[in-house]
Design a protein around this ligand. Structure first.
Ligand code: GLU
Length: 473
């Protein structure tokens, strides 16, 4: 039997990190077992259905490499089927029309509370034979089994038992004629052939009700895996402050999809003490049955750490698109892809995010002369460097070939001529070329920057030092 699982978000907003984790667990488990993922947009609450929210969910899933195998399907498209099933339940005497008014229900609950009983619908319409009036509004309620219990072996939570008499006669169809969540989910899960439901622990209380419905309809009950919820590092429910923002905002902040997935997979699941997983490894190894029961904590420092590993280990081609996006944000357009592929390896070890990488490589692609970081200039742009820097510019200009070996040769000749150590030359060169005291290896920096920009920036550094020298005398 092919495993079929689904991700069923309500389109109330973007795909946030908690939703992405649910989608990821569905995706990975399905991949591991050669199953299928189905995306179902639960838009029964029509007023809440927003196309932008659906688009944002699809875009978030696409970025994370989790396009569904089937769907998106829209739950609202199945409303008439849901109502047919409700009718079928009425005919089979497993559901009934309830005409109780709001006042009646409020009074019933007040009386129950006064007697110290847990408020619950008392089933007074179960045996009603006729409506109170022809046009009396009604809801359809499920006639729950009065004895016995619902038992299921949750793949994460273990065995769960709920006595049937603890549950209410659930509303299946509202008085406006619209199907409720529990009815819609059961019908859709059945019709879509879902045999494993992976979802958040916040749905645990719905599961026994849904199982009762499956049983009343003599449909096969799917298996369930209820994932522990995600909390912020302070233990509070995840909020915007903790990162409950759109997953796409992680992209904006320079995170890689593989790193976000790797981070999310480790929230509740482990494989020995391995922390870094490629997408393929996750798909091979993940099993929802191995997810732990304790609440997961969102930790942005760890995400950053994992991201830096993924950047370091990536093939430059895998970083290209993300780098281009970040470069465009800082108004660097049209750099040749081959040039970027040459540049990326020099910066992989140095960048925790793609935003950082774009900022670090930007000096290579701007035409303007760099503005010196004051601290770097103060520390490294000393008048003593004026002569070696001038000579370096002259010799590089006279050097016909622009290769790492040729650059290295010129550098060595300057160190020898002035009898200085590499740091005394490399640091003022770095500041002159990048405006900062950090860059990849100095020969690589010159090589990547190219002859023309290197010479112009060295000459500018020389002018800076000349002014400084003039000022000092
Ligand atoms: N639509 C529900 C939600 O977004 C999920 C329902 C389910 O997985 O059964 O929370």
């Amino acid at each position: 039997m092919t495993l079929r699982t689904r991700f069923a978000p309500s389109p109330t907003g973007f795909l946030h990190i908690g939703g992405a984790r649910t989608a990821l667990f569905c995706h990975l488990h399905a991949r591991h077992y050669g199953g299928k993922t189905i995306l179902r947009i639960e838009d029964t609450d029509r007023e809440r259905h927003k196309q932008e929210a659906v688009d944002a969910i699809l875009a978030g899933m696409h970025w994370l490499g989790m396009d569904p195998d089937e769907g998106p399907f829209y739950q609202s498209d199945n409303a008439s089927r849901h109502l047919d099933v409700a009718e079928q339940l009425i005919v089979g005497e497993r559901a009934y029309r309830c005409y109780c008014t709001k006042d009646e229900l409020d009074q019933m609950r007040d009386e129950q509370r006064a007697k110290g009983i847990k408020p619950k619908y008392d089933g007074r319409c179960r045996n009603r034979t006729a409506p109170p009036s022809d046009d009396a509004p009604f809801v359809v309620r499920f006639l729950r089994p009065k004895v016995g219990e619902v038992v299921w072996d949750d793949k994460i939570q273990g065995e769960i038992r709920v006595r049937n008499d603890e549950l209410d006669d659930l509303i299946l169809v509202r008085s406006d004629g619209s199907p409720t969540y529990n009815l819609a989910v059961v019908v859709d899960d059945h019709d879509m052939g879902i045999n494993l439901v992976i979802r958040g622990e916040d749905h645990l209380s719905n599961t026994p009700r849904q199982i009762q419905l499956f049983e009343a309809l003599a449909w096969e009950v799917p298996e369930y895996a209820h994932m522990p919820l995600l909390h912020g590092s302070d233990g509070a429910k995840l909020s915007k402050r903790h990162g409950a923002v759109s997953v796409l905002s992680f992209r904006d902040d320079g995170f890689l999809a593989s790193a976000v997935n790797n981070y999310l997979v480790r929230l509740g699941w482990s494989h020995g003490d391995q922390e870094i997983f490629t997408q393929e490894e996750m798909e091979q190894l993940f099993d929802v049955c191995e997810v732990g029961r304790s609440a997961a904590i969102f930790d942005s420092d760890k995400l950053l750490w994992i991201n830096s590993h993924h950047i370091r280990d990536a093939h430059p081609e895998e970083l290209l698109e993300e780098l281009i996006i970040q470069l465009e944000k800082i108004e660097i357009y049209g750099v040749e892809r081959d040039k970027l592929l040459e540049v990326i390896p020099e910066f992989q070890e140095r960048s925790k995010t793609m935003v950082e990488m774009a900022a670090k490589v930007s000096f290579l692609f701007v035409d303007d002369l760099p503005v010196y970081d004051p601290a770097a200039a103060k520390k490294h742009m000393k008048v003593a460097s004026l002569a070696p820097l001038t000579e370096l510019a002259n010799r590089l200009e006279a050097q016909p070939e622009w290769s790492l070996a040729a650059i290295e040769k010129v550098f060595k000749s300057i160190l020898e001529a002035f009898d200085i150590k590499m740091g005394k030359l490399a640091q003022p060169v770095r500041v002159s070329l990048t405006g900062t005291a950090t860059s990849p290896g100095i020969y690589e920096t010159l090589y990547l920057l190219g002859r023309e920009k290197t010479i112009a920036r060295l000459r500018h550094g020389v002018e800076f030092l000349e002014e400084k020298a003039a000022f000092a005398t």
